[in-house]
Design a protein around this ligand. Structure first.
Ligand code: ZN
Length: 143
């Protein structure tokens, strides 16, 4: 476990939300990506070793659309960077935690990600994220 990878914030409009960080705080919007499999457009704003990930729904079926409807804009999940996501998932399962995926799925920037159910994490949707390249190779698909 190295760091908090990012904090995911559900927003209605990425460009509008990003202005606070770019124009207001002088941070840069480094990466925008549609993760169609998860129904989200994600924008990464680097903050030191971590980032803020603004999440906008792609269509009404998006889990982000459901979140916005129920709770409005706000913190959607916290992502912890792990070196070996499968090992982390197995350890959590062994400890009794409920995961939303049996296998890691592809997230922003080619990361492998999996979510811990909020009921197992004090009401927080917790994401495990194994960064980049390895994920690309393992999943063998672009997005
Ligand atoms: Zn995330």
């Amino acid at each position: 476990m190295t760091t908090i990878d990012h904090i995911g914030i559900a927003v209605h409009d990425i460009q509008a939300a990003a202005r606070l960080y770019t124009e207001g705080l002088g941070l840069s919007l480094d990466h925008i990506e549609d993760v169609t499999a998860q129904g989200v457009r994600a924008a990464s704003i680097t903050v030191g070793e971590s980032s803020i990930e603004l999440l906008e729904p792609l269509g009404e079926q998006s889990p982000i659309a459901g979140f916005l409807e129920k709770r409005g804009e706000g913190i959607h999940h916290i992502s912890l960077r792990v070196a070996d996501i499968r090992a982390a998932m197995a350890a959590l399962k062994a400890q009794g935690a409920r995961l939303l995926q049996e296998e890691p799925v592809r997230g922003v920037g080619g990361a492998l990600v999996a979510f811990v159910h909020p009921r197992s994490a004090n009401g927080v949707l917790l994401e495990l994220s194994q960064p980049g390249e390895i994920g690309d190779k393992e999943m063998g698909e672009g997005a």
